[in-house]
Ligand binder design. Structure first.
Ligand SMILES: [Zn+2]
Length: 313
């Protein structure tokens, strides 16, 4: 029961404290890939700890590592063993029921979300196929004087752009916009955002999950900007971003474009354009985002145990 408490405390700590901490880091010079890894790591960590807490509670006899946890927090273990077995059984039953309900809800809402996205993509592709021209660059070009570009996920995904992109922007700026959109497709950004939206629908009351879609949407834009900067330059991407964000054309639902969070992105262009995020750094950020709260949870329970020891003397 003590190990389950520590795991649950770790999950709550991540779910409540991570959004504010990660949001504060977004405006720093840290690369967006690193922050994206931290957001995703926090979400996986919360689910893992909460799920593990239920497994430990429902485990017959002592779960692995439970003895070690009880030795570390010796005084609490005496109280834990004094708790009537039926209380633990009720908690375990309630935990398993909650876990099964949430798993079922995730499946249902996830399936509904994926189907809605697929319908939107199919409809979009059918309409675009009729009204747009495809050139050698693989982009679907729409005959419209205002500059606009966006990417649509799928197998394969595709980029849609207006002729206004060619007439209003320089050649370099147009390449920057297209590099940005291709980065969304190559990075699987649509799927990452979709996953966050599903979890937000399943856990609307959990701060981490409800904040994730908006924050992750911004981070994938920043990550795509970085790719565009490598393909052109920070000044070119900045000019393209300014031109496209002034366009009055609305971006279709379910797509990723270039026209949100313009002020933050212009600020970050110079600061993070040259900073890369190696896979090892991203993996470390993801791991740290849930190991630090886990250590904090251990520390909190150990401190309570010491206080219990002193009280029992
Ligand atoms: Zn974008």
């Amino acid at each position: 029961m003590i190990l389950a408490t520590i795991l649950l405390l770790g999950a709550v700590l991540i779910a409540v404290a991570a959004p504010a901490a990660l949001r504060r880091l977004t405006s720093t010079a840290l690369p967006p890939g690193l922050l994206l890894a931290a957001w995703l790591g926090s979400m996986v960590g919360t689910l893992f700890f909460a799920g593990s807490a239920v497994v430990v509670l429902a485990w017959p006899d002592h779960a692995p590592a439970e003895a070690a946890a009880e030795t570390l927090v010796r005084c609490l273990s005496t109280i834990s063993h004094a708790v009537q077995p039926w209380i633990t059984e009720i908690l375990a039953g309630a935990g398993v029921l909650a876990l099964a309900t949430l798993a079922g809800r995730t499946l249902v809402l996830g399936r509904r979300h994926v189907q809605a996205q697929a319908r939107l993509r199919t409809y979009h592709l059918q309409v675009i196929s009729i009204v747009a021209r495809s050139r050698e660059d693989g982009v679907m070009w729409l005959d419209h004087p205002m500059p606009l570009a966006y990417s649509v996920a799928g197998r394969p995904g595709f980029v849609v752009a207006t002729e206004g992109l060619s007439s209003c922007l320089s050649r370099g700026e147009r390449e920057a916009v297209l590099a940005h959109e291709r980065a969304h497709l190559n990075g699987g950004h649509h799927h990452i955002v979709s996953g966050c939206e599903i979890l937000a629908a399943v856990f609307p009351a959990v701060p981490l999950f409800s904040a994730a879609p908006g924050a992750v949407r911004t981070l994938v834009e920043l990550a795509a900007d970085q790719h565009a900067v490598r393909a052109t330059s920070a000044a070119t991407v900045g000019a393209a971003l300014t031109a496209v964000s002034s366009s009055i054309l609305p971006q279709p639902a379910g797509t990723l474009g270039l026209s949100n969070e313009t002020a933050l992105r212009l600020r970050k262009l110079g600061a993070t354009a040259s900073v890369r995020c190696p896979k090892l750094s991203c993996a470390t950020a993801a791991a740290l985002s849930w190991t630090l709260p886990a250590v904090a949870a251990w520390g909190a329970v150990a401190a309570v145990s010491v206080l219990t020891c002193l009280a029992l003397r």
